[in-house]
Design a protein around this ligand. Structure first.
Ligand code: HEC
Ligand code: HEC
Ligand code: HEC
Ligand code: HEC
Length: 181
C-alpha cells in the first residue's frame, strides 16, 4: 500500500516539480526588455505593444463595465481583484513576490513576458543573441499562432469576439527588420 502511494506520488509530483523548476525564472518587466527592443532598427516592439490593447488590459479591468461583468458572473470582488479575470488580463498576479523584479508591474497587463516567458535568465545580450540558448533559459516562442492566441481569445472571455487570428496578428506583430546584406 505504502509502495503504491509512493509510486503514485512520484508519478504525479515529478512532472510537477520539473515544471516548477523550469519556471523558476523571474519577471523583469517591460522597461527592461524595451532597453533593447524599442528602436526602429530593432523593430519598435515597445511602441507597437504600447499602442496595442494588450498594454491596457489591466486598466480595462478597472472600468465600470468590467465590474459590471464581474458582478454578473457572480463574483463579489472588483474585476481587478478577481483572479478569474486577471488570469487573461495580466501576468504575475499570482506568483511569489521573490519572482517579481523591482521594475515588474502587473499594471502593464498582457506584456512582453506574458507571451515570451519570464526574462531574468535570457535577458543578457549573449544569451539573447543565441535563440536556442535563450529558449533554454526561459524564452518562449510561438510557431503556431492560432493555438497560442486562443489560450486567451476564447469563449471563456465574457466579452468574447471571434477574431481572425491572422488579421489580429497583423495588428500587433513586431518583427525584427531583416538586415540587408
Ligand atoms: C541586452 C539587450 C536585450 C534585452 C534586455 C532583451 N533582449 Fe530580446 N533580443 C535581443 C537581441 C540582440 C535579439 C536578437 C534579435 C535581434 O537582433 O534583435 C533578441 C531577440 C529576442 C526575441 C526573438 C528571438 C529570436 O531569435 O527569434 C524575443 C522574442 C525577445 N528578444 C524578447 C525579449 C523579451 C521579452 C525581453 C525582456 C524580458 C528581452 N527580449 C530583453 C536583445 C535583448
Ligand atoms: C494572456 C492572454 C492573451 C494572449 C495570450 C493574447 N491576448 Fe490578445 N488580448 C488579451 C486581452 C485581455 C485583450 C483585451 C485588452 C483590453 O481591451 O483591455 C486582448 C486584445 C487583443 C486585440 C485587440 C482587440 C480589439 O478589440 O481591437 C488584438 C488584436 C489581440 N488581442 C491579438 C492577439 C494575438 C494575435 C494574440 C496571439 C499572438 C493574442 N492577442 C494573445 C489577452 C491575450
Ligand atoms: C479566457 C481569457 C479571459 C478571461 C477569463 C477574461 N477576459 Fe476579459 N478579455 C479577454 C480578451 C481576449 C478580450 C478582448 C477580446 C474579447 O473581448 O474577447 C477581453 C476584453 C475584456 C473587456 C473589454 C471588452 C470591451 O468590449 O470593452 C472587458 C471589460 C473585460 N475583458 C472584462 C473581463 C472581466 C470583468 C473578466 C472576469 C469576470 C474577464 N474579462 C475575464 C480575455 C479574458
Ligand atoms: C500577445 C503576445 C505577445 C506580446 C504581448 C509580445 N509578443 Fe513578441 N512575439 C509574439 C509572437 C506570437 C511572436 C512571433 C513568434 C514566432 O515567430 O515564433 C513574437 C515575436 C517577437 C520577436 C521576434 C521578432 C522576429 O522578427 O523574429 C521579438 C524580438 C519580440 N516578440 C519581442 C517582444 C517584446 C520586447 C515585447 C514587449 C514590448 C513583446 N514581444 C510582446 C507575441 C507577443
Amino acid at each position: 500500500m505504502k509502495l503504491f502511494t509512493y509510486i503514485l506520488a512520484t508519478l504525479i509530483l515529478t512532472p510537477f516539480i520539473l515544471i516548477q523548476a523550469q519556471n523558476g525564472h523571474s519577471y523583469i518587466g517591460v522597461e527592461a526588455c524595451a532597453m533593447c527592443h524599442k528602436t526602429e532598427k530593432q523593430g519598435s516592439q515597445l511602441s507597437i505593444w504600447q499602442n496595442s490593447k494588450h498594454s491596457k488590459a489591466y486598466e480595462t479591468l478597472k472600468t465600470d463595465k468590467a465590474n459590471q461583468i464581474a458582478k454578473e458572473k457572480g463574483f463579489s470582488t472588483l474585476a481587478v481583484e478577481t483572479p478569474e479575470c486577471l488570469k487573461c488580463h495580466v501576468s504575475g498576479y499570482n506568483i511569489d513576490a521573490s519572482l517579481k523584479g523591482k521594475k515588474f508591474k502587473v499594471e502593464d497587463g498582457v506584456q512582453c513576458e506574458t507571451c515570451h516567458g519570464a526574462g531574468s535568465d535570457y535577458k543578457d545580450m549573449k544569451v539573447m543573441k543565441d535563440k536556442d540558448l535563450a529558449i533554454k533559459n526561459g524564452l518562449v516562442m510561438h510557431d503556431k499562432l492560432e493555438s497560442f492566441c486562443i489560450g486567451c481569445h476564447n469563449v471563456e472571455s465574457p466579452t468574447f469576439v471571434d477574431m481572425n487570428i491572422d488579421e489580429a496578428w497583423q495588428k500587433i506583430k513586431h518583427s525584427v527588420p531583416k538586415t540587408q546584406n
